[in-house]
Design a protein around this ligand. Structure first.
Ligand code: ZN
Length: 225
């Protein structure tokens, strides 16, 4: 038994591994996905991973349904870095389709108030994990400067676009100037949140922005953002 195998075995006893999607205890950590969830993961077909959000290309790993929807919802109830570690791997995998188009990683921030209430920012955790997979670091660049009603409370795409107007800003434009960003969020349905944040990066002088999210809707049935 190698030292790494031994320490993994010890960690599995101290912190029993759980499936990142359904939260069930697992015998061993493996890749963080249980045998029930694995065949049910709603991967987006390879040729549909890339979509367009506003003026920006976006790589989306999963459809927002089944175990993926459950896993993302569960993130709202606590800082679960064991979940985001696994989720970040899938985001990095999808972002592989945008390889060569970015050299910095950032994320769509939640408001200061929301982050205080929850104690963490889930897009930040996801971006950190995805960046680590790619040998990079996630940076804080945009800020949410206005609180707006949750996108999920609005059905109409035009109202969603209106709802995120002027919500994001870049307080230190020198952090954005001339850089090519990969912008990460957890869910992108109509993509209006991602495209509003991407537009703020561009306004601050970014050279380009491409996006990635863990989950997105089917183009024909868009329900949550
Ligand atoms: Zn599971």
């Amino acid at each position: 038994m190698t030292l790494k195998m031994f320490s993994t075995a010890v960690l599995d006893i101290l912190f029993p591994p759980r499936c990142a999607f359904c939260g069930q205890l697992m015998d061993r950590s493996g890749d963080g996905v249980c045998e029930a969830c694995r065949p049910a993961l709603p991967f987006i077909e390879e040729d549909k991973i890339l979509r367009q959000v506003g003026d920006f290309p976006c790589a989306v790993a999963f459809y927002y349904e089944g175990p993926v929807r459950d896993g993302i919802r569960a993130l709202k109830f606590g800082k679960k870095s064991w979940r985001t570690r696994v989720f970040g791997r899938y985001v990095a995998q999808a972002a592989g389709q945008l390889a060569g188009q970015f050299d910095a990683v950032t994320y769509v921030p939640v408001s200061f108030r929301r982050s205080c209430e929850r104690g963490f920012d889930q897009a930040q955790l996801l971006a950190k994990a995805a960046a680590r997979e790619m040998g990079m670091k996630a940076e804080r660049v945009a800020r949410k400067v206005r609180n707006n009603p949750a996108q999920s409370s609005l059905d109409d795409p035009a109202r969603r676009r209106e709802n995120v107007k002027g919500v994001y800003a870049v307080p230190h434009p020198e952090r954005a100037a001339g850089r090519r960003f990969l912008l990460i969020d957890d869910v992108a349905t109509t993509g209006s949140t991602l495209s509003a944040c991407a537009a703020a990066l561009m306004e601050a002088g970014a050279a380009s922005v491409v996006c990635a999210s863990l989950a997105g809707g089917h183009p024909e049935k868009e329900t949550e953002d």
